[in-house]
Design a protein around this ligand. Sequence first.
Ligand code: FES
Length: 358
Amino acid sequence: MRQFHSLKVKSVDQETADSMRVTLQVPEKLKEQYDFLPGQHLPIQISVDGKMIRRTYSICSVPGEQPLMLGVRVQPGGLFSEFVANELAAGDELDVMPPFGQFHVSVDPESKKTYLAFAAGSGITPIMSIIRATLEGEPHAKFVLFYGNRRQSTTMFIDELYALKNRFPERLQLYFLFTQEEQEFPIFSGRMDDAKVRELFTEFCAGLHPDEAFVCGPFPMIETITNALAELGLDGDKIHKERYGSPRKGKHAAEPEASAAELKDLSTITVIMDGHRKSFDMPKAGDNIVDAAAANGVELPFSCKGGVCATCRTHVQEGEVQMETNYGLEPWEVEKGYVLACQSHPVSQSVVLDYDKA
Ligand code: FES
């Protein structure tokens, strides 16, 4: 089951002036549960002033490596990241859920693929894991990384990236872009907007015929790069996306409150988790399934509650639900009946959600 376990913090180190590197020790008895694929992430829960807050952080180490390593960008006013920067210390315990997420690569030693990656800021964290695992595990793979930051001094994992380049000089191409530092070649200055992505692709990817691309960064950047890559000929299902930050104002925010009559129209939700079934009734209008479950004493997994992290991902076995927003699931997952419970409202009289279906 996707539940929190207490993991010991092995170290907390300054990565750049505004980012931290946290390592977590996984006890022997939990090792199997914390096996991960390169690119996956972990929800973490802490209590601040008596209030539980959850955040999701990507793993930057590679499978089989201990301890688990995370990269955390410190946001001014960010409850979790400021806690990490100012209070968290080696020896502390953190509540951490096992890794998951669809932003990953399955390493195949026979593969001869060429991969592209576009990362902005802390978006490098899952991509670090993907690049290293791929170059180490696929002897014929090639990787091209475009990595945007404000300045060199705020660029996370810069030393590791140069070290990887030294290990795999023929198979890794690294390009750094900076928005607040002028570069000798203008192509490396500025944001990764539509024009820049096309320029970079034309200049450095001509003749490479990339097979897959990984894009990780804030919302607008993901949309821009995905659209540009699709127009440059990459299949949509070969472009893997991982967003961070908050989406633009959601549709839900503008929706009118449910009326008293609507709140009386109930649906029965049955949840299958670890082979056990639990049921509760909830109005079809009003709260989402995660909040309605909590109000009925049923705890379902969640982290961001914004439709981004997919911690609440589940499979609709019976019935129908409607999602408000979806930034966390790939089209194939939606087609196969997966939904984000934090964004879902029941449509049918009864709904069965299977959390055990991978
Ligand atoms: S909790 Fe993050 S998408 Fe639902």
